[in-house]
Design a protein around this ligand. Structure first.
Ligand code: TRP
Length: 340
């Protein structure tokens, strides 16, 4: 006989936008930390947040393709699709429904302060749509819909997570303990991977090609990009982001991918030239990405399998989401649905 679980599992929730090439920054800041939750204690949900993606214009066919692609990347990165609920946000209508309700519990002033909104509206000045503005509310809905306890996430999303917590607490203050107030979990080192060419700026897939390493870059491309990465002229391998941003960035990539500290990474290379540093980064990056890329390729040769995972999980996520949604709808006073 199976022993009954003593306690319900804690929920872990995160999502990535299928809006372009994923970089090693996405991998280090978020993806890599997704499979660190033992499954006897945690139930993890990882979504492909296609609804968030359309806050900037997308080509429909390309977006549709990238949704499947991202699901395959989740699996290729080591997330067991039997244990983790990998699904597409748009397949679960509860996200939009809860987002609407939460919109009514979020202040314009709060959203106005969001730095990502400011950045994105500067970047897309011709399309500052309301979705871009309320983006963090949809994200709060994603998280709160599942009673999430832990959100593994990149440091750039900290402000959004704080807002989700504020909304949850505000709602609970009015209606009683409806939502679990989620905690963010940010990686220890290297959560901010910087551009290879301008190491004082975050690595971003919307910058020119040679500034970032894409998750699916072939080894020779990775080698070339790292070779050309900007360093400095004093030739000392030392972690000092203020004075040596390029070298420090490379050290943090090593530290993050080998689970060591930046000091250890620096000590290991002390006295050597930048050529050696770059060789080490290249080796570490390629050996991390090669198995992921091979698995991704294998999965994409069997799209039906990946689609099947998304279909199955959409059903499970829908079921979980509906339970929460009904509770919230009742709290705010929406009409009864009668009994069926
Ligand atoms: N906004 C996140 C990002 O761009 C993606 C995201 C959407 C997310 N909903 C989420 C992350 C819920 C964690 C939890 O990185």
């Amino acid at each position: 006989m199976e022993t009954p679980a003593a306690q319900p599992k804690k929920i872990v929730y995160s999502g990535i936008q299928p809006s372009g090439t994923l970089t090693i920054g996405n991998y280090i800041g978020a993806l890599r930390n997704f499979n660190r939750f033992p499954d006897d204690e945690y139930q993890c949900l990882y979504s492909v947040v296609d609804m968030h993606a359309i806050t900037v214009r997308q080509d429909a066919a390309a977006l549709r393709k990238r949704c499947l692609d991202l699901a395959a990347i989740y699996i290729a990165a080591g997330l067991d699709p039997k244990k983790n609920i990998i699904y597409c946000q748009s397949h679960v209508s509860g996200h939009a429904e809860l987002a609407w309700i939460l919109n009514c519990f979020t202040y314009m002033g709060e959203l106005n302060r969001m730095t990502q909104f400011k950045d994105k509206s500067a970047k897309h000045a011709d399309n500052i749509n309301a979705g871009l503005f309320t983006y963090p509310v949809l994200m709060a809905a994603d998280i709160l819909l599942f009673n999430t306890s832990v959100v593994p996430i990149g440091a750039d999303q900290k402000q959004h997570l704080e807002l989700a917590r504020d909304i949850a607490q505000r709602f609970n203050g009015i209606y009683g303990d409806v939502f679990t107030v989620p905690e963010g979990k940010f990686g220890k080192v290297g959560t901010r991977v910087m551009s290879l060419q301008e190491p004082t700026r975050k690595m971003s897939k919307s910058d020119p090609e040679d500034t970032y390493i894409a998750l699916l870059d072939p080894p020779d491309v990775i080698r070339r990009k790292i070779k050309r990465a900007v360093t400095d002229s004093d030739a000392e391998i030392r972690f000092d982001p203020a004075n040596k941003p390029g070298v420090s960035n490379l050290l943090s990539i090593i530290a993050a991918l080998t689970d060591t500290t930046v000091e250890e990474a620096a000590a290991e290379l002390a006295g050597q030239g930048y050529g050696k540093l770059k060789e080490r980064v290249t080796d570490v990056v390629i050996s991390t990405l090669e198995p992921l890329q091979a698995e991704h390729k294998r999965l994409m040769a069997d799209k039906g399998y990946v689609q099947g995972i998304l279909d199955e999980n959409a059903e499970i996520a829908n079921h979980m989401a509906t339970r929460m949604l009904r509770k919230v709808q009742r709290k705010v006073g929406f009409a009864d649905r009668g009994r069926k």
